[in-house]
Write a protein that binds this ligand. Structure first.
Ligand code: PRP
Length: 201
């Protein structure tokens, strides 16, 4: 969980009564817009890797819905693998980009065409770590696909190959993105009402 719009290490305040729909102030990306864009990304990826086999590496948990939808929009042979990471908490380590691997790859990616699938890039610290980690496993190629890019919060420059949507610095939830591990099951990406998280800021 990252407090997107606040510090990435803010502790969530979940003392209010959660109401999935009512806690969202605005729908930023509707279910239909997401579906259309994921379809386009799948077509683009299928075209770019035509004649090859790829390995999609998804970073849990936020990218789960995106990964599930994207893989079904790609019509070339593919394998999937899943990683889960968490950043080390605390202000002093925030800019270090130290990442703890909670779940590692389950198969070798040596010699594979790897596409890293993320739900959102904020500071870029997670991806910066993951790219270096995965490069060390000697894939034939490594590209990045993210559903959302929030460039206003970037701390490290990461070249992104496929971006679904570039979004403003707002606190977004839904379609995999959480606040306090909730809201991931919303079908759209919405902006959380400030009163839901303001106590924690
Ligand atoms: C989110 C997202 C990225 C990371 C991006 O994961 O899935 O992995 O934050 O932030 P950064 O660019 O500032 O590093 P999160 O830690 O919220 O875990 P989750 O996917 O389980 O919600």
């Amino acid at each position: 969980m990252r407090a997107r719009g606040g510090s990435r290490h803010d502790e969530p305040d979940m003392s209010h009564t959660v109401n999935l729909q009512a806690d969202v102030a605005d729908v930023l990306l509707s279910e239909e817009r997401i579906r259309e864009r994921v379809h386009e990304l799948g077509r683009q990826i299928s075209h770019d890797y035509a004649g090859q086999r790829i390995t999609l590496v998804s970073v849990l948990k936020g990218s789960l819905p995106f990964m599930a939808d994207l893989m079904r929009e790609i019509d070339i042979p593919l394998r999937i693998d899943l990683m889960e990471v968490s950043s080390y908490g605390g202000a002093s380590t925030e800019s270090s980009g130290l990442v703890r691997i909670l779940k590692d790859l389950s198969a070798s990616i040596a010699g594979e065409q790897v596409l890293l699938v993320e739900d959102i890039i904020d500071t870029g610290l997670t991806l910066n770590y993951l790219v270096r980690y995965l490069r060390g496993k000697n894939p034939a190629s490594l590209r990045i696909c993210t559903l959302l890019d929030k460039p206003a919060r970037r701390l490290v420059d990461i070249p992104v190959d496929y971006t679904g949507f570039t979004i403003p610095d707002q606190f977004v939830v839904g379609y995999g993105l959480d606040y306090g591990e909730l809201y991931r099951n919303l079908r759209f990406v919405g902006v959380l009402r400030p009163e839901v998280y303001s106590v924690a800021d």
